[in-house]
Design a protein. Structure first.
Length: 307
């Protein structure tokens, strides 16, 4: 009887040891599974919290990284859809060329003007000084201006007419902000149905005989950093305008987008909320890297505005 009891006790002890080992193993498995889940969760959060730096600047798609924190390209597209104001650079953005170069060619002064432009870029000459020296060289008369406008065809970047039209139909105010000359921009504004009052550019002066007599030095676009100043003035004008219906009563700031190909355009953000770089004519590395969204074709903007 005692033998049977001891045997039974051994069996019970053996079963208890087996159960204890199994429980410990289950706990280890559960702990490992929990750690893996935490690591996966952290990795997923990292992968989806933002776009990789190259995608943020190079215009690549962000869809594979979409998350609650949208990347810069998604934000730029959203800003474009909801924009109160869109400001376009003109030379090599709205137009497929640099208008001052074309005007200089018309005056048969292209080599001298190009040399001054190169000198300005290489020597870090102030914009106002470069502008003055080029105008001194060109000495454009009123008759030159009229002759150029009457004989020169405007060459628009492909798709820009549709972009401007789509924006205007949405109630977005469209502006032209240029370091070029107002007289070159007025026919362009008319063609795009942009009010001439929405042009920020440089004004030439002529004397009573129609000879060149200088330029308006008070225009922000005649100075370094002038595009940022011009955009700030546009924002201020719209904030105080009785016609401003955007964000009425909401207390929110205006949603302003700047579009351009140059470093001076990039400088306009801020005050612009978003900068869209355009590389359809010239691709500049600093602009491509600094842009919230970089495009080489205006159909990309058309797709967003139609969507
Ligand atoms: Mg430009």
């Amino acid at each position: 009887m005692a033998v049977r009891r001891r045997a039974l006790l051994r069996i019970v002890v053996f079963i208890l040891i087996l159960a204890s080992a199994s429980l410990a193993r289950s706990r280890r498995l559960l702990s490992a599974a929990s750690t893996t889940a935490r690591h996966m969760s952290a990795a997923l959060a990292t992968a989806t919290s933002s776009c990789p730096p190259d995608e943020q600047s190079a215009g690549a798609l962000c869809a594979s990284h979409r998350s609650a924190a949208p990347c810069r390209i998604d934000s730029a597209k959203s800003a474009l859809r909801d924009a109160d104001i869109v400001c376009f650079d003109v030379d090599s953005t709205v137009l497929t060329y640099e208008a001052i170069d074309e005007f200089a060619t018309y005056l048969d002064k292209s080599e001298g003007v190009a040399a001054l432009t190169r000198e300005a870029m290489e020597g870090g000459m102030k914009y106002e000084d470069a502008l003055e020296r080029r105008l001194q060289l060109m000495q454009p008369t009123r008759a030159d201006v009229e002759g150029f406008i009457n004989t020169h065809d405007i060459k628009l970047s492909s798709g820009i007419e549709q972009v401007v039209s789509l924006l205007q139909r949405r109630g977005t105010a469209v502006y032209l902000v240029s370091g070029g000359f107002r007289f070159l921009l007025e026919p362009l504004a008319d063609a795009l149905k942009i009010p001439r009052t929405n042009i920020y550019a440089n004004e030439l002066y002529f004397d009573t005989h129609g000879n060149y007599a200088g330029f308006d030095r008070s225009a922000p676009t005649s100075r370094d950093g002038g595009k940022a100043e011009a955009v700030a003035a546009i924002i201020q004008g719209n904030n105080t305008s009785a016609h401003n219906t955007a964000n009425k009563g909401s207390g929110k700031g205006l949603n302003v987008v700047m579009v351009g190909d140059g470093a001076t355009d990039l400088q306009a953000r801020p005050p612009a909320s978003v900068f869209i770089g355009y590389g359809g004519v010239s691709v500049r590395k600093a602009v491509k890297e600094g842009a919230d969204w970089f495009v080489t074709d205006f159909t990309e903007l058309i797709d967003v505005l139609r969507g």
